[in-house]
Design a protein. Sequence first.
Lengths: 580, 580
Amino acid sequence: MTDMEHVRHSLAHLLAAAVLKKFPKAKLGIGPVIENGFYYDFKLPRTLTPEDLNEFEITIRELIKRGLRFSGKKITKTQAKKLFKEQPFKLELIEEFSKEKKELKVYKTGDVFLDLCRGGHVKNTKEINPDGLKLDKIAGAYWRGSEKNPQLQRIYGLAFETKPELNEYFKLQEEAKRRDHREIGKRQKLFAFNDLVGTGLPMWLPNGTVIKEEIENFAKEMECKANYLRVSTPHIAKEELFKMSGHLPYYADSMFPPMKLDDGNYYLKAMNCPMHHLLYKSEPRSYRDLPLRLAEYGTVYRNELSGTLAGLLRVRMLSMNDAHIYCREDQIEDEFKRVLALTLDYFKVFGLTKYWFRLSLWDPKNKSKYINEPKNWKESEEKLRRSLEHLNVKFVEAKNEAAFYGPKVDVQYKSSIGREETMSTIQLDFAAKKRFDLTYHDQNGQINNQVFVIHRAPLSTHERFMAFLIEHYAGAFPLWLSPIQVRIIPVGRAHRPYAYELSKRFEEHGIRIELTHEHETVGKGIREGELHKIPYLIVVGDREVTSHTVSMRQRSVKEVATMPFDKFLEKIVKEKKERK
Amino acid sequence: MTDMEHVRHSLAHLLAAAVLKKFPKAKLGIGPVIENGFYYDFKLPRTLTPEDLNEFEITIRELIKRGLRFSGKKITKTQAKKLFKEQPFKLELIEEFSKEKKELKVYKTGDVFLDLCRGGHVKNTKEINPDGLKLDKIAGAYWRGSEKNPQLQRIYGLAFETKPELNEYFKLQEEAKRRDHREIGKRQKLFAFNDLVGTGLPMWLPNGTVIKEEIENFAKEMECKANYLRVSTPHIAKEELFKMSGHLPYYADSMFPPMKLDDGNYYLKAMNCPMHHLLYKSEPRSYRDLPLRLAEYGTVYRNELSGTLAGLLRVRMLSMNDAHIYCREDQIEDEFKRVLALTLDYFKVFGLTKYWFRLSLWDPKNKSKYINEPKNWKESEEKLRRSLEHLNVKFVEAKNEAAFYGPKVDVQYKSSIGREETMSTIQLDFAAKKRFDLTYHDQNGQINNQVFVIHRAPLSTHERFMAFLIEHYAGAFPLWLSPIQVRIIPVGRAHRPYAYELSKRFEEHGIRIELTHEHETVGKGIREGELHKIPYLIVVGDREVTSHTVSMRQRSVKEVATMPFDKFLEKIVKEKKERK
């Protein structure tokens, strides 16, 4: 346990003491440490109010000041049952611990509180900084998480070392709420879920589809330049293919169940690679054909339990800009360099700067976990390391974290709300060549079976990446991604023909515009535009019609600027093209 | 039976006569009329050769000249069994017909042949034009199509009214072979099938994917201009949705079987409409929002028997540029006009001219087959008719051919090999509004439940359309669709830097190029380019390097032209942009 965990655990005891002070008949559940704090469950004579929380917090602070000592001792079952005779939940735990032959211990907090507890506290409450404490919220919880048991009231507390850290936490929480992808997705009409379609299956509304296609086009353009070839494969395939790839039976739990047709069992694919391997094999390959980079915007399906699904972050349908690179051994390092550089090029356009890399290696001692090709492990790990060094980026190494079939590089990211996540993974695979009999003809016309496969999807899945981007931009998408790029607001009916003329000009240049409704006031037109975070709002009235100008408000810029229409058009066409 | 069917049926008898002349012990199967001709099945002492066919044909021509009369009469089972005592297959038929209480008849051809037959002949063989006859081919066939029965030899004959018609048939056959989408697809590496993936599930190779994406981008561009909004939905949904839409149970046989997950049964979608209806309902709609045009490149799955699948024409996976238009009653006619016009705009770009339309109407007497909304049928049929008249196109009306839920317009096409097919269908649907409770708020804020839906997919499914296009262009795709648009052939090693420089310039302008391999001769470079029907082959040697020109061969143009590189680049960039 870390020091802060000791503090949090101790605070849970103090909370229980505070609750008992106010409600002497309170029945106590358990009070564990959690991320950023702690909680404690109680059965109480009435429902708690926010005022109660304040009162408890004041009591806790008083107890802290008193410099109470924590001290523990072992006790027998008989002693324990006597001590907690008024506490039915604790009695249940005592019975259970005894049955499991666990030792029973109690901890005293000064003279104010005694709890059945295995320890892990501060020595004295004076070690706790009361400024880092905040009782956060109340929630209902069943005893031991089961609906069949009595319902309790759970009090959550936050605890940090210092006040600034607590404030930082609140700031991030607020930020997370402000940036919540589900809220923004709803408000900006990006995607929708429907129980009739099913859990974890987002449907992209027109606005969300604009963004989806812009990202797809961007990725296709980038990868076309990087000499990727695009392919397109079905969403289902026969059982035999997934047996060959090893997804069956090893990955069967994550796959949807089979569909029995007249010619065998078909499965929704959970990955694109088996089909790409077949395309690799669709003609004889020469050393000159390698590296062969096959890319596909493929949608795969994974069977997750419905209860675990949430928003776009946990879904059953995963669309991704997937690709598999087939290369010779002497090309591995260079291909990794290229993929890493491509990933950073993507990040640049999306303004992502807080990344670092993790090189995941095998553990030669853990033979059962890894494919048994020591030479390939040794050499390829060195190649991956060199490609990271070459890129001159921050990276950490993680032993025993590789995939079964080869080492990998994870791209880690610290999000706008402080969450660390793996953005994407670049994996080397030296198992596929054997499973799929991947070969090429070398310079002497001999068959070489050392074809290495790189799996990569730099933009993660589209669903997760969209959740990430919505949060990253807090819904204020850059011009090139914005579903509506310019909102045109004519002052009155007389200015509508000019507004209409401008809208045609915009459309000719592929700018996505919106013209306000006839009966909408200028004020409402601006407010609505700001609410939906449209990058540019232009108002046109008498002066603009006469001088062929626009009065332009750029998102998050206070000043209104007036400029000739042609100049404005040129400006945003340029921004769009440059993906600003 | 038509006159030609009489001729063909009569020729089947003459064929049997000719075979019996050469093989008196031949056992006769059956000899029906088929499209363009006839066949007859025989059990013979030896395998036939092409020479045999010639001999039979000569015999038939002699028989025709003799002016033999066909005459039939009823006979009893006893008589029949006596007459055909040497013919075991005929005896089997006699037993069967007797059991089914069918009358037994025999037909005589002059004095040369007698067959068990229900009639339908010419009166005299002189009515047959021998110039329209050709014995076509021999194939194996089981008696009554069952592997358990003896194997017979089947002789196919062609018969047309005139020699030119026969020749026309051969020409179309040759054309069909030359244009066979499976052959061209293989040669040009457009798509691949693999038994491990499954029957009827094409995988698009890089070349095929280029074409697929060009068509998709084209359709998206056209429909963006026509104010369609794009959406994107999952490939699966819950049973409840398909019950609501009526696909279950009415369409269950065509759907893949369900997949049982922890929260219910999921099905692969066989159509996109149910999900689009949900998106329509995802927010309240106003009369001002209509028409709402939701488009999606959606892939749907239909469960066909594996034995019926062939190439791209019969598949289990159907990708299509689908859209559903939600409109008010007063917008139906205009929306149909727009969809028809859009369809013709598409056809223009693909150079499709041999189309006509079919307006499929209900039959008021056939109540059970159609949704019972007589007023909607009457008025909407009139609207569809007016939209066709407005377009000033050729159209036929077909009573009792509408869908259950509304009238439709089929776009018929006569393909390059003379096959008539339905290219696409535009269907009006007035059943969806009730099933999905589709409504909008009218000008007075009242809820109106008369939302009409138009289903349309002008380019058919991608699979069928690609099969059609490959055949239509015989693999010589126009520049904008060609996977490789320009092949650069340097004369020698010294010209490769110039060739490379040009290739970069091309790529900057989005032109898809291919540079020949270092060791490929100019001759081979040109031959390969012609074989793969690349639109432009450019050869660069000393003269071209010095003068900054290219020596250009345009596909199907004999002359080689030399022009400045910049001019050539400008020319093809323009062609590409104009989708030439």
